[in-house]
Design a protein around this ligand. Sequence first.
Ligand code: NAI
Length: 434
Amino acid sequence: MKVTMIGAGYVGLVSGACFAAFGTDVVVVDVEPAKIEALKQGRMPIYEPGLDNLVAENVSDGRLTFTTDLKSAVAGADAVFLAVGTPTRRGDGHADLSYVYAAARQVAEAATGPLVLVTKSTVPVGTGREVQAIVREARPDLAIDVASNPEFLREGSAIGDFMRPDRVVIGAENERAFAQLKRLYRPLYLIETPIVATSIESAELIKYAANSFLAVKITFINQMADLCEKAGADVHDVARGMGLDGRIGRKFLHAGPGYGGSCFPKDTLALARTAQELGAPVTIVEQAVVANEARKAAMADRVISALGGDAKGKVVAILGVTFKPETDDMRDAPSLVIIPKLLEAGAKVQAYDPQPHYARQVLPDAVSFVETAIGAAHGADAVVLLTEWNEFRAIDPKKLKLAMAGTVLCDLRNVFDPVLMRECGFQYSSIGRM
Ligand code: NAI
């Protein structure tokens, strides 16, 4: 079986490398020559733990190749996956489907025989039917089946998630497409992964429903954290006590500065818009979107108030700027809201992140990046822990305090022990805990 993956981003690259590891021949295509050139030279265009080794192994075994030439990559393929971006469309909050539709058309035009065209990108319900229409119009002469196979991997643990998923969702227009996709995922049958076979519409909606539910869950615990602060309760205890109820579950009940990243913000927004248009508004998701946006801004206010209400001329150290640990992805990271607000308030911001490559490109130039966490804390009036990279858990609080000029420590991820931090002399605050 020959598979072509369109898009060498976080999803396309990981999925392509994993399918190759399953024993399939995979060609990964991208329009960005720099990405493909880097991959050909064995350099990863993104940071994802374990990806470099997985790619190297499969390239050397001859199952994984990279190209910018979509036409040759699609010729003779049995299955072509679309793993291109679906960012928020400027102005109306809908998903921008221009990359998906353009790629679908290119694939149809390049096809040399029957194939299954699978949308792996997260797309609003109805997109698959649109892709079907594009393909039918471009190639009435060919049996191109359309399917939807949304991806649930998480950046930072993407390979493990792809290789051992909770489920694989396949929506397809006919049995032939189901059969092709099931064949491709056969190695997962051995570990008894449930395969959810549905219509294309249901598969598309499953992805948005899952992401939106998780975003609502995070927003719920964040609001509980605010309530805990007012009521003198501890959100960790509340989350544990709730989460041990099997109907609720413990995951995604960690209070923090608001969700960010390449999926939840855009997917909640897109679901809300689609639902409004179809006349079945999902108001709980609309509310989560509003609450989450407000929360990110409120985090900057927290820091300013910890500094005595005035950040002018104060030095603020930010530990961690990516949207979560173990990734270099900055899309919709809370830091993109919090840091500009601190700068606006007159603070001088010095930041440290273990993977600062994209952060340097997207954060304001006024932010100075340093090479270590203690380096960032040097001369700082306040330290803000914003992304919980593991190395921050191991910071020696005495060294941290010695480096600082002030004593404010805002732990927006509840990483540190409040009692210990106060004993060390910090003016310590966290989320939903006294
Ligand atoms: P990305 O932006 O990292 O990668 C997309 C890639 O597609 C880019 O490298 C771009 O140059 C390339 N591309 C665009 N048009 C092309 C074309 N016509 N031909 C060849 N290459 C083309 O995006 P990412 O994060 O991989 O996301 C892709 C999709 O997967 C999105 O719909 C996203 O919502 C979804 N998704 C993302 C997850 C994540 O954690 N990043 C997880 C699950 C789903």
